[in-house]
Design a binder for this molecule. Structure first.
Ligand code: NAD
Length: 450
């Protein structure tokens, strides 16, 4: 069956692709399995050379990749360029990291014990549609660096950049069978990867709902899994914060990528003593977000990824919101920047909207801020705005989330671990920590007795 890929900003088809089924999935896993022994035997420094070459090819083809990503996801071209820049950085990072990721020697009686990091085998990489190339690279980089072979399954809506990355991997010199990409349905290709006896691990990014299925399916073969799932992060603004700076930054933290961001700070928690003032500043800043044609260099927010997703997002906004922005009068799955005053019990504050809708919620004091911030099943990221350094650290430590920013709202850096607490998943991507998720520790004892 063919798959029609749309541009969400025009609603027009941009590609027709053949979809893989169970048989093609089994063939890809077989190719990856066959390529594995030779690939794991390649010296780490030589694997690094190929990753470095891939990083350079991504840089050389950055504009083309950014345009593919922008047209397929509907994201503004300026943001797409930044994301492709990160893809190259990720490959450079793991090229540099892999031959520095060693084991240890441990003093024991009667000999020497040493630990080694061994690759896992064939790894299934299942990624979502919101940051397709970026999230694929977070998995490809450490998986390949550690000596695994991979089968990457991009999301149905956004497979194009993964296909181009595979071509670049071949051009870089990765041997046939090491990097495989399958376009197909999650319930068919994804499910088969999860259950396949020759797949050693599933690295999954996506919704908490599908994350549960991954965990269940993986139980049959005791597969390793890492899960990067949904979020409902808080942007906590204390009365002693630089309110202008916090308000200017807040729209970026929830409307970037049209809110289709697992790290979106979609709950804006504001201390009651400055609530009215901050809301005024936030409305002004939100009014300034430039929504429009993703190809326009100055656009800050594009459309949502699909008509169906727009319906889901719209279902969260009941009645007249506190603020609703404008959308272009042209085809495209547009949804306006929206601010809703809410309590933490409302649906808009409890469930992941995954669109440009922020719930603004008052709190009383530091203890209340921590309580409300943690009152969610998720625990991915969050921001704290205050001029009190000790408070910033106290609240950061007390927040049940994997990635916290103070007086900033970025979550992702190539060098630092990224991942969730609670139902936002487990395992860490990026930084040196990601290498642990793509290797097993082996302990070897060598007797020194004569
Ligand atoms: P999704 O869970 O619907 O799909 C993710 C991937 O899983 C897709 O490739 C899909 O085809 C596949 N899939 C679907 N059903 C499957 C099944 N039964 N078996 C195996 N695979 C299956 O998520 P989405 O809508 O593509 O992305 C949005 C979600 O991803 C949001 O919840 C968001 O928070 C989350 N996300 C998390 C992170 C993070 O790092 N924590 C990053 C980005 C997105």
């Amino acid at each position: 069956m063919t798959l029609t890929v749309l541009n969400p900003a025009t609603e027009q088809p941009i590609a027709e692709l053949e979809q893989a089924g169970v048989e093609e999935t089994d063939e890809a896993v077989a190719r990856a399995k066959e390529a594995y022994p030779a690939w794991r035997a390649v010296a780490p420094a030589d694997r690094a050379r190929l990753l470095r070459r891939l990083a350079t090819l991504v840089e050389e083809n950055a504009e083309e990749l950014a345009r593919i990503e922008s047209q397929n996801v509907g994201k503004p071209i300026s943001g797409a360029r930044g994301e492709i820049g990160m893809v190259a950085q990720v490959f450079h990072f793991y090229a540099g990291a892999v031959d520095k990721h060693g084991g240890e020697t441990i003093p024991v009686a009667g000999g020497v014990a040493a630990t080694f990091r061994e690759p896992l085998g064939v790894v299934g990489l299942i990624v979502p549609w919101n940051f397709p190339a970026n999230i694929a690279s977070w998995k490809l980089g450490p998986a390949l660096a550690c000596g695994n072979t991979v089968v990457l399954k991009p999301a149905e809506l956004t497979p194009l950049s993964a296909l181009r990355l595979r071509e670049l991997a071949l051009e870089a010199g990765f041997p046939e069978g090491v990097v495989n990409v399958l376009v197909g349905k999650g319930s068919v290709v994804g499910q088969r990867l999860i259950e396949h006896p020759h797949v050693a691990k599933i690295a999954f990014t996506g919704s908490t709902e599908v994350g549960r299925l991954v965990m269940q399916g993986a139980a049959g073969t005791i597969k390793r899994v890492t899960l990067e799932l949904g979020g409902k992060s808080a942007n906590v603004v204390f009365e002693d914060a630089d309110l202008e700076k916090a308000a200017a930054a807040a729209p970026y933290s929830v409307f970037d990528n049209a809110g289709q961001d697992c790290c979106a700070r979609s709950r804006v928690l504001v201390q009651r003593s400055v609530y009215d003032r901050f809301l005024e500043l936030l409305v002004d800043a939100t009014r300034g977000v430039k929504v429009g044609d993703p190809e326009d260099e100055s656009t800050e927010m594009g459309p949502l990824v699909s008509a169906q997703h727009r319906e889901t997002v719209a279902s969260f906004v009941e009645g007249e919101p506190t603020f609703r922005g404008d959308v272009p009068d042209r085809p495209g799955f547009w949804y306006p920047c929206t601010l809703v005053e809410a309590t933490n019990e409302d649906r808009v504050a409890r469930e992941e909207v995954f669109g440009p809708v922020a719930a603004v919620i008052p709190f009383e004091d530091e203890a209340d801020a921590i309580r409300v911030s943690n009152d969610t099943p998720y625990g991915l990221s969050g921001s704290i705005w205050t001029r009190d350094g000790a408070r910033a650290l106290r609240v950061a430590r007390a927040t049940d989330a994997g990635v916290i920013s103070v007086n900033a709202n970025t979550s992702v850096r190539v060098q630092t671990p990224f991942g969730g607490f609670k139902q936002s998943g487990f395992g860490r991507e990026l930084g040196m920590h990601a290498l642990e998720g793509y290797s097993e520790v082996k302990s070897v004892f060598i007797s020194t007795e004569g």
